[in-house]
Design a protein around this ligand. Structure first.
Ligand code: WT7
Length: 650
């Protein structure tokens, strides 16, 4: 179907209210979950439901209690002992998957590596021994700043094996953002590479680590994986080559039996302040949630070739590239590069090459594919695909239909999955064998979970009216706390509504109980499915000597969903030039990373403020989205906003 035809179909469907896709009988009859009674059974006794799901993992010692709930702190599978790496590797060796591909790696330059479960066992246990020899102990933090290469999941699993806590920092973050995350975690070891490939260029990852560590006092060793052969500085006494350490390492390392509540990892995400939050996930609940949802939502079968395109630097990569699939003994594809390098059919070439059966990607990618045109996927054999997934932001129905037609060729169900770094695993999604899909809606909460849409007082909203998206009971993957800041955890998530976790999202439930997520209500921007805090970008801007004050907002963007717009006032003695705008954009990118680079920066004499001095971001958003201005009666300086509006229109 062409874009136009899809739009026509869409319009028609909206008018007749019947844009619903039911799973085919064939898909249903082969699905892992075929019986809708699972929702009712789970509802009847949700703790028993999670108990049963936990039974799919290997426990060294069974838990005594499923849940201890001292709001807002949950302890799951209390008394249980397990190991995440053991669950992701060892148990598969005994269950007939020794020679099965665990990881299929596709490098950006086109190199490829397949690691069987036995290979993974060897590499992970060797590296676990390396870490131990370097003095890493249970509970120690290890920061990983790496591209999407096999050594990244290997290092994560090696940490998990000895009970160390990994903190993966997305490879696109700049030195300063990396520094903050290493310092907050108090890491003992940093693992990185001599560079990562990005569209034929080499990212200077090691150099960023060197800068990040300039004033650091906790990091003892830096382990460097050789990936590109780029020349780098090795600091004597601190820096060690991965391949040299691995040469002498012994195969086989006992998997530490850790408590279900022991920390598995920290993952930083942007909040509403400039300081990133270290989201803490524990071992037992997280692994139960990630593996159970992965099996159900992606309908994982023994011979699937499953590909989640997310970077491991984000939660999607943690749960659905690494832990979920490997705990389920699946084959997971790991791709280092970009979708348009060397050509715009790279994704489709990979699907063809490995006969990928399940694809999980993001709306922003799909919108880019739409723009590039149908000829790219059309030129590749995509007949192996049987199921598609989406995550990161609401998927607009046009993109949904395009994905369905052009990639799924009309055959594959699409699961739109809503969740967050904090939830650890998917919370709202259809189950592809039983739930009908409505394009644009993530559908209904998974079995055992309770979410709702409420008004400011916490009362449920009537169908069709928007409110705040909340979670009403604990779930296994829920974050334990914010690292070293339990108060922030309590305030941020449990302070807004009584007895409910606040997601920060706005949503509505339709007459069928389907959830339509409408976006964030806080000062968080969703750029290409990645969360960026306006405060973080604002602090990066005011850090520049020319900037007096900055206000940052998200504005609609065709491909990215939202893009960053900044409004900036200058200090005396600085004047507006295009050069300065360029410099400010580069400054933000160098402080946080390219993903935070503002699309546009407006220099203005003043920012619109209330009489109490609060910047009115709402008005700036209205300007950026070209809307008529809302109430400006509370402004102290109404003339400013009119000037800005004119300036913006130019
Ligand atoms: C926020 C979480 C774990 C997913 C990757 C991003 C938005 C995510 C959807 C979806 C509508 C979605 C929400 C959420 N979001 N998935 N399917 N439909 N919105 O993780 O960085 O923690 O961001 O992403 O606003 O709160 P994250």
């Amino acid at each position: 179907m062409t874009g136009q035809a899809a739009n026509a179909k869409l319009m028609q469907a909206f008018l007749s209210d019947d844009l619903i896709f039911h799973p085919s009988p064939e898909f249903r009859n082969n699905a892992n979950v075929q019986d809708a009674r699972i929702y009712l059974d789970a509802e009847e006794n949700w703790l028993q439901y999670w108990d049963k799901e936990a039974g799919n993992l290997h426990w060294f010692k069974k838990w005594d209690r499923t849940l201890e709930w001292e709001q807002p702190f949950a302890k799951w599978f209390v008394g249980g002992k397990l190991n995440a790496a053991y669950n992701c590797i060892d148990r598969h060796l005994r269950e007939g998957r020794k020679n099965k591909a665990a990881i299929i790696f596709e490098g950006e330059p086109g190199d490829s590596r397949v690691l069987t479960y036995q290979d993974l066992y060897r590499e992970v246990t060797k590296f676990a021994n390396v870490l131990k020899d370097l003095g890493v102990q249970k509970g120690d933090r290890v920061s990983l700043y790496m591209p999407m290469i096999p050594e990244l999941p290997i290092a994560m699993l090696a940490c998990a094996r000895i009970g160390a806590v990994h903190s993966v920092v997305f490879g696109g973050f700049a030195a300063e953002a990396l520094r903050d995350r290493i310092n907050d975690a108090g890491s003992k070891i940093v693992i990185t590479t001599d560079g990562g490939y990005r569209r034929g260029k080499i990212l200077p990852m090691k150099k960023n680590v060197d800068t990040a560590l300039e004033e650091n006092t906790t990091v003892e060793k830096v382990i460097v994986v050789k990936r590109t052969g780029a020349e780098i500085d090795m600091v004597a006494g601190r820096d060690l080559w991965y391949h040299q350490l691995m040469e002498d390492a012994v195969i086989g390392c006992p998997a530490e039996a850790v408590g279900a509540e022991d920390m598995l990892f920290i993952l930083y995400t942007s909040g509403t302040t400039g300081k990133p939050k270290g989201v803490v996930h524990s071992t037992g609940g997280y692994l139960v949630g990630a593996s159970s949802t992965h099996r159900m939502v992606f309908d994982i079968k023994e011979d699937d070739i499953y590909w989640c395109t997310a970077d491991i630097g984000w939660i999607t990569g943690h749960s659905y590239v690494v832990y979920g699939p490997l705990a389920n003994g699946a084959t997971t594809v790991l791709f280092e590069g970009a979708p348009d390098y060397p050509a715009r059919d790279r994704f489709w070439a990979i699907i063809e090459k490995y006969a990928v059966t399940v694809l999980y990607t993001a709306p922003t990618a799909i919108r880019a594919f739409m723009k590039w045109g149908e000829q790219w996927p059309a030129g590749r054999d995509l007949s192996s695909l049987r199921l598609l997934g989406s995550v990161g932001e609401p998927i607009n129905p046009e993109a949904w239909l395009w994905y369905h037609e052009q990639i799924g060729r009309g055959r594959c169900p699409i699961v739109d999955t809503w969740w967050q770094t904090e939830t650890g695993h998917i919370m709202i999604s259809s189950l592809p064998g039983i739930t009908a899909a409505k394009p644009g809606s993530a559908s209904i909460p998974l079995p055992g979970l309770e979410l709702d849409v409420v008004d400011p007082a916490g009362r449920p909203m009537p169908a069709g009216q928007s409110g705040f998206l909340v979670i009403k009971r604990p779930w296994p993957g829920m974050l334990g706390t914010i690292y070293k800041d339990a108060q922030r955890y309590v305030d941020q998530y449990w302070g807004r509504f009584e007895n409910m976790y606040f997601t920060g999202d706005r949503a509505l439930k339709d007459k069928d109980g389907y959830f339509w997520v409408l976006g964030r209500v806080d000062d968080v921007i969703n750029v290409s499915g990645h969360r960026i805090s306006t405060m973080e970008v604002e602090s990066a801007l005011v850090d520049h000597p020319a900037v007096a004050e900055a206000a940052v907002i998200g504005k609609k963007h065709e491909i990215k969903g939202q893009a960053i717009s900044a409004f900036v006032t200058l200090r005396d003695n600085y004047t507006y030039t295009d050069q300065l705008v360029k410099e400010l954009k580069a400054h933000v990118a160098s402080k946080i990373g390219a993903l935070a680079r503002p699309d546009d920066i407006f220099l203005t004499a003043e920012l619109p403020k209330t009489r109490s001095g609060k910047i009115m971001r709402r008005l700036l958003r209205d300007i950026a989205d070209g809307k008529t201005l809302g109430d400006i009666s509370t402004l102290a300086n109404p003339e400013t906003i009119m000037q800005l509006k004119e300036q913006y229109a130019e």
